[in-house]
Design a protein. Structure first.
Length: 199
């Protein structure tokens, strides 16, 4: 009795991939650290924080938030961030506040951006900034559970398909078709499926 055993890639290939992944992540982290702001995102929104001097007041700020653009500057100075969003935001839902920070003492501008498309990761806040690899984002499961059933199912399917694509495997739709064909083949052994095309 022989069994087909799929062989894992050699340990050397795996180590090489992990090393490349670490280097890519280190490069990405270094690029993001150079930015004059920090940003985080969930599948639904983006938050940007910009440290500024403690003597700055709200009226000293020049902040523009539209559906497609952002500009944050101290009046008369170079902007901390300015440019086009990679995807549109709900301008009426976006906001900015000036907050006092304790570590280190000073202030920061906190900007909240509400994405129009709630199932899309952003590679950067503005298109002129370095990109992050959105295929490596793993959303916190608690955030995933905040989504309504239909949206969550769509996000989980997108995540599954993205992982399958990276590994060279079939997408969920292709897998479903293959499963249906296999079931049909099992039910109809008398039929010849050698030339069956799936697509």
């Amino acid at each position: 009795m022989s069994t087909d055993v799929e062989r894992d890639p050699t340990a050397g290939e795996t180590a090489e991939r992990e090393r490349e992944e670490r280097e890519r992540k280190a490069k990405e982290d270094a690029e993001q650290a150079q930015l004059p702001y920090k940003w985080t995102q969930s599948i639904q929104d983006v938050d940007v924080t910009i440290p500024i001097p403690g003597n700055i007041k709200g009226r000293d700020m020049d902040v523009v938030l539209t559906k497609t653009k952002i500009k944050v500057a101290i009046k008369g100075q170079e902007p901390f961030i300015e440019g086009d969003f990679p995807h549109p935001v709900l301008a009426d839902e976006c906001s900015w506040t000036l907050e006092t920070t304790s570590q280190p003492p000073g202030k920061e501008v906190a900007i909240h951006l509400d994405k129009v498309n709630k199932v899309e990761w952003w590679p950067h806040v503005v298109t002129s900034a370095p990109k992050i690899d959105v295929s490596k984002i793993t959303p916190e499961s608690s955030k995933l559970s905040d989504l309504d059933g239909q949206t969550r199912a769509m996000v989980e399917k997108m995540m599954y398909d993205q992982r399958q694509k990276e590994m060279g495997g079939p997408s969920s739709d292709e897998q479903r078709k293959m499963d249906i064909l296999k079931k049909f083949q099992a039910e109809h052994p008398e039929m010849d499926f050698s030339n069956a095309q799936i697509g």
